[in-house]
Design a protein around this ligand. Sequence first.
Ligand code: BG6
Length: 495
Amino acid sequence: MITAGQNIETADPTNIVIFGAAGDLTKRKLMPALVRMIDCGLVHTDSRILGVVNNRTEEVWLSLIHDGLQEYSPHLNMNEQRWAEFSSRLNMVPGDLGDDETYGRLAEALETLGGKKNAMFYCAIPPDWYGRVANGLERVGLVEESDGYRRLVIEKPFGMNLESARELNEELQSVFNEKQIYRIDHYLGKESVQNLLVYRFANSIMEPLWNRNYIDHIQISVAETLGIEYRAKYYDHSGALRDMIQSHLMQMMTLVAMEPPVEFTADAVRDEKMKVLRAVRRFDPGQVKDQTVAAQYASGVIDGVKELAYVAEEGVSPDSVTETFAAVRFYIDNWRWQGVPFILWSGKRLQKRVSEVMIRFRKPPFNLFDSHASIPAPNALVFRLQPDEGVVLRLNAKKPGLTTDNEEMVMRAPYGADASEVGDAYEVLMHDVLTGDGTLFSRSDEVEESWEIIEPILQAWEDRVSIERYRAGTWDIAAMDTLASDCACGWHKPS
Ligand code: BG6
């Protein structure tokens, strides 16, 4: 977590404009992050937060934000005095996003407040509205950067396939230039994900091992116990491949696989990530079946609570074959990674909530200790991204006593003294937008390239009429064992 007193840059005064300011993302993530950022002095005291809200009075909106902070972020201790300070920075602009007058009102409000200076426009709204908002802002002169910067922040999904991703990019780039657009992938804002880069590029012992000569395969996983919650409408059209693999997991794969950038700047890092994507082997439609897994949760029990099957969730059609679990086996055809499988998988209602990057090293070439009882296991380096952030190294060591038998020894390095030190991605990412650092945001070419890679999978899955089912609260997905059968130690289910 960013804490007061750290050596961090306070951003210039900025008008932080949130479209969808009464929505869930605003209540759960954006407002708590802004409270923390203000606490830590990351937001300039002259900055204002403007919520664009429809069909509510300012009073109702403020109490909604207040209640949201109490409900979702009790740790912020939003008592009367703190709320009075925070709410004095909030203003509401009423209006419908489809109505040109709303943007006129916004321009006026900005003029009155801060003389149209720097502005960050955060779209916490469904993606179909991004283009409309961009055009609305342009019409009232809020895109040009003559009297301060103007930055547009959007959340995934950036399209639902290659074609729609291109259309969205074109639409936004016809209004904003690419450097003004910040595409959030909140996984890249997680400290533990950034720590992966520091581990790779601040330790000289990593680099010699980080290639096909020593690594058998890599698994990148996000397992969730949550279901789809209130998002059936979006999720049933999206599925786990679009929702998680195309975005968060492929982004993490680029960080794991990329070459050292020449400098830690937005374009240098993104150029390297882009090279990885360009080297990802394209899927032949005929091979998709052998390189992927799709499955859907059936009913089951998690932490003693009986959970419904996906098809019984509110808003999901009973004959839906949308995948709530997806896995893809990628190859990166370059010198470093030739022949090394990257297995990316993610699913909902699994046994445990855990995200990891696991680097599995090759088996020792020869078993010197002639013991059938204990053939040394291939080593593994595991980056635990959440929860219990940290790094785990699995080595083999001698069992105590008159024997050369070995057993696994686990070296754990927790990240941060305790979980409360690991901050929320939105604090990091919003601060980056305010200070103009695009390193942790996806560039348009990365987004399009990753859609292009998975397009054959989307097409092959389109005509699916049935899907493998797994019991909620389990890892019972037999196809995963097949997908990883030739990898050292097979499918790694996080423990
Ligand atoms: C979102 C997905 O991008 O990430 C959700 O749309 C998913 O389906 C979420 O649950 C996971 O994020 P986190 O930070 O909770 O691991």
